[in-house]
Write a protein that binds this ligand. Structure first.
Ligand code: R5P
Length: 306
């Protein structure tokens, strides 16, 4: 039994990198829209008896990208794949992991259950909330880009650097960076008013005359980062900011928001595809090696059931 990789439209570049790291090529498939808006998929490779890995992030357009995973998986199963693993570098809906107003669904659970209808296993990177593994009735493998991101910052680290959690949800994450980078930590206290509206009320920790390194699991609209950075500057931090996040979605007005701030570098990964020349100081690290290694481990540990 061997490995075969396929990619959804939001996973093509990364899948190409993972395939190259595994000395493979990405399996051929058709992914197109019918005139009525339906997605049409064809699996153009022989998958009978093979261990299939589908690479696709569920970033925007989220519904389309999610459905592509399900359609690709269904096509592979019907063609006789032995196992189908979804490699979802950025897992959308992860932030909808609880009812805040009591009026919403639990989106993360709905997505987890939907995936389990066609997928045998999920491999993902830095889930917003690792506890959502409990929503899955199938095995979920979770790898972290934090060591990779921390290492990329090492050459910029100085005695004046201070790590900052832009909200209390990032408290554990900032501690992981602190352990790797041996730097002091400060915390911003954020209040969210809506999807793209947040304010930071105060900062705990010493930031005056220090160079802030703000770390989070993701940058979506940039609102969290922007208000944390503004609060840091008000507290006397130096206007030499580094931003580190596993997932750089850069949705909505993120580009404009971040471009207006004294950010020296934004260190992130290629978990979501994004256009070139955004006018931001992006340093994008590839997840290809990390994911390729975990795919090999999962494949080697797999014993097919007859
Ligand atoms: C929130 O809990 C997350 O960890 C991020 O801080 C947040 O989702 C980022 O979103 P935005 O960039 O839109 O503020």
């Amino acid at each position: 039994m061997d490995i075969i990789l396929f990619a959804g439209r939001a996973g093509r570049t990364l899948a190409g990198g993972i395939a190259a790291a595994l000395d493979l090529t990405v399996g051929r498939s058709v992914l197109e829209e019918f005139p009525d808006g339906e997605i049409h998929v064809e699996i153009e490779e022989e998958v009978r008896g093979r261990d299939v890995f589908l690479v696709q992030s569920t970033c925007a357009p989220v519904g389309r990208n999610l459905l592509e995973i399900l359609l690709l998986a269904d096509g592979c199963r019907r063609r006789g794949a032995v196992r189908v693993t979804a490699v979802i570098p950025y897992f959308g809906y992860a932030r909808q992991d609880r009812r805040v107003t009591g009026k919403e669904p639990i989106g993360a659970r709905v997505v987890a259950e939907l995936l389990a209808t066609r997928i045998d296993r999920v491999l993902t990177v830095d889930l917003h909330n690792p506890a959502i593994e409990g929503f899955f009735g199938i095995p979920l493998d979770h790898v972290s880009a934090v060591p990779l991101l921390a290492e990329a910052f090492l050459s910029h680290r100085s005695e004046e650097s201070v790590l900052v959690a832009p909200d209390l949800g990032a408290a554990k994450l900032v501690q992981r960076y602190a352990d790797l980078l041996r730097l002091p930590v400060a915390y911003a206290h954020k209040i969210r008013h809506g999807g793209d509206s947040v304010t930071v009320r105060e900062i705990s920790g010493e930031v005056r005359d220090r160079r802030p390194v703000v770390v989070d699991d993701m940058i979506s609209t940039g609102g969290t980062m922007a208000s944390a950075i503004e609060a840091l500057l008000e507290k006397g931090a130096r206007p030499e900011v580094t931003v580190i996040a596993s997932h750089g979605l850069l949705a909505g007005d993120a580009r404009e928001r971040l471009a207006a701030l004294p950010i020296r570098r934004i260190i992130t990964t290629d978990s979501v595809p994004r256009g070139e020349n955004l006018g931001l100081p992006l340093e994008v690290l590839s997840l290809r090696q990390l994911l390729a290694e975990r795919i090999v481990e999962l494949h080697r540990g797999f014993v097919p059931q007859n």
